[in-house]
Design a protein. Structure first.
Length: 245
């Protein structure tokens, strides 16, 4: 008993320190260092000065400017892409921003930030990267309104590019439309490209509209196809407007 007590008096401190080290190591592993960070915050908090009101305002202003730079860079990139898209060959259009959409008619009409003073007229064609968007239906000096091809009241003559079968397209939702064929047994299949028809009196022929998503050959009085529109109708920010020559 005397030997054990003597041994304990000699090594007790070392055993205690080793035990504390093991417990601390286990705690760090379980909390991934969070406990130490919290302890550091508690110890150093009295020595940390609170930011002044001027510093808070300065930090908020810096964050605002950083956010504006990111937004401007994004808009600049989109505008560059749009200008590259809108000026191929003989077709030179006017790049115009979308400035208004009604929450009740999000995929039916949009308002553009350019009007008669900027050369826009009723009947002008509106496109975006991906293809046809719609046509101008009313104009003010500084704005114009566009009827989108996704609007149910919009009917467009279209053709299947591969087989040349024709029909008319009617808007159904923000991203889809329905094509009704004139023929009873059209040559059409999923993935076919749909473009404006050579017989269209409203739009130039050959403008991309979308792709066939599905076909219903049993639809009466004529077969129908669901068309996935190729232009990003729900996310329009800039468009290209040009005359219907």
């Amino acid at each position: 008993m005397y030997i054990i007590r003597r041994w304990w008096d000699r090594y007790a401190l070392q055993i205690l320190l080793v035990s504390l080290a093991l417990v601390a190591a286990w705690a760090i592993r379980q909390t991934q260092g969070a406990a130490i960070f919290e302890m550091y915050q508690v110890i150093t908090h009295p020595f940390q000065s609170e930011p002044t009101q001027a510093e808070r305002l300065g930090n908020a202003r810096l964050l605002e400017l950083q956010a504006r730079v990111v937004e401007l860079e994004s808009q600049n990139q989109k505008l560059k892409e749009l200008l590259d898209y809108g000026t191929p060959g003989e077709r030179r259009g006017i790049a115009v921003p979308v400035v208004g959409r009604s929450a009740d008619h999000w995929w039916q009409q949009v308002t553009l930030g350019r009007g008669s003073q900027g050369g826009i007229q009723v009947g002008f064609i509106v496109t975006a990267p991906g293809g046809l968007v719609g046509r101008v239906i009313s104009v003010t000096p500084n704005t114009c309104r566009v009827l989108l091809i996704s609007d149910p009241s919009s009917q467009i003559g279209v053709t299947i590019s591969r087989s040349r079968y024709v029909g008319f397209l009617q808007g159904q939702s923000a991203s889809y439309a329905v094509m009704q064929f004139f023929d009873k047994v059209p040559d059409v299949r999923r993935g076919d490209v749909v473009s404006t028809s050579p017989y269209s009196q409203i739009f130039p022929s050959g403008l991309p509209v979308g792709r066939v998503e599905s076909v219903n050959m049993n639809k009466s009085p004529a077969p129908e196809a669901v068309i996935a529109l190729s232009a990003p109708i729900p996310y329009l920010e800039w468009v290209v407007v040009y005359p219907h020559n």
